[in-house]
Design a binder for this molecule. Structure first.
Ligand code: A3P
Length: 277
């Protein structure tokens, strides 16, 4: 581990250089926006060996000039053997992020929650619509030219879902084995299964299991029986699991056709078929 790596953990280990060298572990949920990143982080926080910052730091995209000391200060203090975590979903689509994270620590484990890019785009649009109700329809933003069916790939809601393209950028700096891909769909249908894989990947004891979840019918999503640091049940807030507007099925189909080759490439790269077609 380089001196740069160590600097991230100095806060808690400054008097114990040996522990610092062998125990400092970190993981970042790098994406994707609307994939289910908040759910994953909230669920992981239940683990006693995970210490996570709640808000999104946006260090490796927006605030990099503030320096590593600023970032380190944001991070919760960890004990030996604990993992420091954060989530900022925009990292996955930020060109500079892989080099920057690698420069901080080559050993950082990366997690990406991926979701069907078409549903993800609609979810992304729904979020924007909730803040700016006057924006054009999803259908009109999707196309550069509706008559020719030319998709506007510069629209971020579409662009983010071209996972294979973004992943190529990460693979220039990290081996594929250092990145875990979690199915956003499975995180909803079988949260404990997804959490099992994540705990294994992070080298954590499998503490979070089926017993931690219940399905809340009103919310329509799995929730925690007990949130971290509380004995009460906990569902994610109203901004997670919003109803989506009805989208013209022809447009949905056109988007499915558009994403198919990129999805296939992504399945090949990750060795995992996410079943989005
Ligand atoms: P929708 O609001 O479109 O349903 P992110 O946290 O990355 O912004 O992702 C938000 C998405 O997380 C939600 O999108 C929702 O589908 C998904 N999600 C996954 N598990 C969830 C859970 N247990 N509770 C609420 N939303 C969950």
């Amino acid at each position: 581990m380089s001196t740069k790596d160590q600097s991230f953990c100095l806060k808690t280990h400054q008097y114990n250089a040996f522990a610092l060298r062998i125990r400092c572990k970190k993981a970042v949920i790098i994406g994707v926006k609307k994939g289910g990143t908040r759910a994953l982080l909230e669920f992981l926080r239940v683990h006693p060996d995970v210490r996570a910052v709640g808000a999104e730091p946006h260090f490796f995209d927006r605030h990099y000039e503030r320096g590593l000391a600023w970032y380190r200060e944001l991070m919760p203090r960890t004990l030996d053997g604990q993992i420091t975590m954060e989530k900022t979903p925009s990292y996955f689509v930020t060109k500079e992020a892989p080099a920057r994270i690698s420069a901080m620590s080559k050993g950082t484990k990366l997690i990406v929650v991926v979701r069907d890019p078409v549903t993800r785009a609609i979810s992304d649009y729904t979020q924007t619509l909730s803040k700016k109700p006057d924006i054009p329809t999803f259908e009109s933003l999707t196309f550069k030219n509706r008559t020719t069916g030319l998709i506007d790939t510069s629209w971020s809601a579409i662009q983010i879902g071209i996972y294979a393209k973004h992943l190529e950028n990460w693979l220039l700096y990290f081996p594929i084995g250092q990145i875990l891909f979690v199915s956003g769909e499975r995180l909803v249908s079988r949260p404990a299964g997804g959490l099992g894989r994540v705990q294994d990947f992070l080298g954590l004891k499998r503490i979070i299991t089926d017993k931690h979840f219940y399905f809340n019918k009103t919310k329509g999503f799995p929730c925690l029986k007990k949130a971290e640091g509380s004995s009460k049940p906990h569902c994610l807030g109203k901004t997670k699991g919003r109803p989506h507007p009805e989208i013209d099925q022809e447009v949905v189909q056109r988007l499915r056709d558009f994403y198919r080759p990129f999805n296939m490439k992504f399945y090949q790269m990750t060795g995992h078929d996410f079943g989005w077609d």
